[in-house]
Write a new protein. Structure first.
Lengths: 252, 322
């Protein structure tokens, strides 16, 4: 029973969907049954084009996400360890965090073109904020004793940063990555829905134009599975790299 | 006791008043080329049955799929839509019927036809020159997409393979062509006139030329349940609709000024009244043959339909005035 617990809510939701779909209260075009969604899902995963379209979306997601991870960690570390840099950058990040960057997409299209670059640029911008801000707080919260110890042992500023500050803030970096990764996937899909000739977002938009709600929902399932797999992979990587967190929890 | 009697009497009066109220038509409308439909709300004095035999509530939608979803969710009784979109909807089993024409893509100097334009000094001189390039359309599987693909096929090129078809908003089309982001774009009024005034663009082909025959652009549709439940209401609505269409055709400038005043159109009024207009049938008759040809093209050439659609079953002009 304990093993089933994480799935109970999902099973209940699926059952509720199926009951609603078969109740006849709503049009099956708007509310297709699980069987129809499943059939479209199978059609998608069994065709080579499905893998290609998924890869295109993932390529855009990972490209923007990776760039934002590198830039965000560097900026966050800089802000966390340099009051001057924090004073310069913090107002900019705090002041523009709430701006819906998606509104800038038409400008991005003009600057970076209609292809992948404009989408990657927007994914980068959307992910940069959580990456920088969470990493910044991680860099600020590094135990001073660790830094003093390193300095007393003669470590240079760069060595202290790489060998002490970075590992100490690694749990925050992973927290930031976990926040930014679904954002990257969502933005990649939305930009494809707005303007693209390929990718999962384009297929969703195409299915909606044809009133193929079952196909559209099958694609939503594909994206959900991708999001889940990517998050689990990130958690597994975190558990492997930030192993002391588990040890801390064990000895606590 | 007196209070109870007064309450019961009040409820009875309210129920009777509600029963006498004319049937409400919830109509989903778009934002272009539907002037005579909008005029029914902007100038209700032109529609004598309105308020007596029916009430009209127009609801604005930005795209066709949302309009059909609202209908399926029970939020609409009728609407305007491209004939092509109704073909899609019927193919998915949506129970709706086209009852009247709004406007057509037609040949002739008096009518506007959606135009695909390229850079005046650019390398694209003919459709064949589009090879390796991109054509901007408003949304996939819309009329603009169909015309673009038909035009590409006319140039013996393969859509998606030789020429990409890309979704862009109308406002972005002009600058996208000028900056070379796309090689050809779709232009409807009022964007067409505005871009022509700016200069630097020229026509490559029109929607009419791409398809090769006059055909339905926009139509009025009703849900089949509503048609069965309220045939007289639909007849009264269409009688007014035809009267308003005739008024619009005879007094286009005044009608456009009224629409602008009522807030249906945001284009500066002086530009709007001068814009070329699509062909509108004064009796709102539907060109059924053109819909049949479009459905065949969608099925055979574009593979947009999984199975053929019976166009005769999706058009019912029996509610139009004789």
């Amino acid at each position: 029973m304990r093993r089933l617990r994480p799935y109970i809510l999902i099973i209940v939701l699926l059952a509720a969907w199926e009951i609603a779909a078969r109740s006849g209260l709503w049009s099956p075009i708007l509310f297709p049954s699980l069987e129809r969604i499943g059939r479209e899902f199978w059609l998608f995963v069994s065709q080579p084009d499905g893998a290609l379209q998924t890869w295109i979306s993932l390529y855009r997601t990972f490209s923007g996400f990776a760039l934002a991870a590198v830039a965000g960690v560097a900026l966050g570390m800089l802000m966390g360890r340099s009051p001057w840099a924090a004073g310069l950058l913090d107002p900019l990040f705090s002041g523009t965090y709430a701006v819906p960057k998606l509104a800038l997409f038409p400008i991005f299209i003009f600057v970076f073109g209609l292809g992948s670059l404009s989408k990657i640029a927007l994914v980068f911008l959307e992910c940069l904020y959580p990456m920088t801000i969470i990493t910044y707080h991680g860099a600020r919260s590094v135990n001073r004793v660790f830094i003093w110890s390193a300095q007393n042992m003669g470590a240079s500023r760069m060595r202290t940063l790489v060998r002490v500050v970075f590992p100490a803030m690694l749990p925050y970096v992973f927290a930031a990555l976990r926040v930014a990764l679904p954002v990257a996937l969502i933005v990649a899909i939305i930009t494809e829905m707005i303007s693209s000739v390929d990718g999962l977002g384009y297929l969703i938009s195409y299915s909606l134009s044809s009133l193929k709600t079952d196909r559209m929902l099958a694609l939503v399932v594909v994206i959900s599975i991708l999001g889940l797999v990517l998050d689990r992979a990130l958690v597994a990587l975190r558990d492997r790299l930030v192993y002391w967190e588990k040890l801390d929890a064990f000895y606590a | 006791m007196k209070r109870t009697i007064a309450l019961v009497a009040g409820i009875c009066c309210a129920t009777l008043a509600a029963a006498q109220e004319p049937t409400l038509i919830r109509l989903g409308r778009g934002f272009a080329a539907e002037e005579q439909v909008w005029l029914m709300s902007a100038r209700p004095d032109l529609a004598p049955n309105q308020g007596k035999k029916y009430q009209l509530k127009q609801i604005l939608f930005q795209a066709n799929p949302q309009r059909f979803q609202a209908y399926l969710a029970g939020e609409l009784d009728a609407g305007t839509a491209p004939g092509l979109s109704v073909i899609f909807a019927r193919a998915q089993g949506v129970d709706m019927k086209i009852v009247a024409n709004v406007c057509q893509e037609a040949a002739g100097p008096n009518w506007f036809s959606t135009t695909y334009m390229v850079k005046d000094d650019g390398p694209v001189k003919s459709i064949q020159d589009l090879k390796g390039g991109t054509v901007g359309v408003v949304e996939y599987k819309t009329a603009t997409d169909l015309w673009a693909r038909a035009g590409i096929l006319n140039g013996r090129l393969v859509p998606d393979k030789d020429v990409k078809v890309f979704s862009l908003g109308f406002p972005a089309m002009g600058e996208s062509v000028r900056s070379g982001k796309i090689q050809a774009g779709t232009f409807v009024e009022p964007f067409y006139s505005a871009e022509m005034a700016k200069g630097g663009l020229r026509k490559l082909f029109t929607a009419r030329e791409a398809v090769g025959y006059d055909h339905e652009l926009l139509d009025v549709w009703f849900g089949e349940k509503f048609l069965k439940a309220h045939p007289d209401v639909v007849r009264a609505f269409l009688a007014d609709y035809v009267a308003v269409t005739k008024y619009y055709l005879a007094n286009t400038e005044q009608a456009k000024r009224d629409l602008h005043k009522a807030g249906f159109v945001r284009t500066p009024v002086d530009i709007y009244v001068k814009n070329a207009d699509w062909k509108r049938d004064p009796d709102a008759r539907v060109n059924v043959d053109s819909l049949k040809k479009l459905a065949t093209f969608m099925h055979d050439k574009l593979q947009w339909l999984e199975k053929p659609v019976n166009v005769d079953q999706m058009v019912d002009q029996g509610y139009l005035p004789k």
